[in-house]
Design a protein around this ligand. Structure first.
Ligand code: FES
Length: 107
């Protein structure tokens, strides 16, 4: 497990990750998607488990789901569970906002 910190303050993190926008960021050796709904943050793998479309071009729903831009499968952004569609689960990562930045844990 490796831990990474993005930004240096709460305010800086809020600017880097706008509400309900999916940012594709290089964290360590991998590119991952990071988004938030208000002050709840989510981190998950870039490529859709179905046919590898890039999820940073997807949409966020009010039910903590990301909708893939290609075939519109839906994945829960915390558990990775497939909510609509039929494929493997989405890999998700631990992410937490602290006073000194956004802390992300990758395997
Ligand atoms: S590639 Fe994502 S739903 Fe098909």
């Amino acid at each position: 497990m490796k831990t990474f910190t993005l930004g240096r303050s709460n305010e800086e993190v809020m600017e880097i990750i706008p509400n309900k926008r999916i940012k594709l960021l290089q964290v360590g050796s991998r590119k991952i998607c990071i988004t938030r709904i208000n002050e709840t943050f989510y981190a998950f793998e870039q490529l859709c488990p179905h046919r590898k479309a890039s999820l940073h071009q997807g949409l966020i729903t009010d039910f903590e789901e990301v909708v893939c831009p290609l075939h519109e499968y839906r994945f829960h952004m915390k558990s990775g569970e497939v909510k609509a569609g039929s494929c493997g689960t989405l890999e998700t990562y631990s992410i937490k906002l602290t006073d000194s930045g956004l802390v992300i844990e990758l395997p």
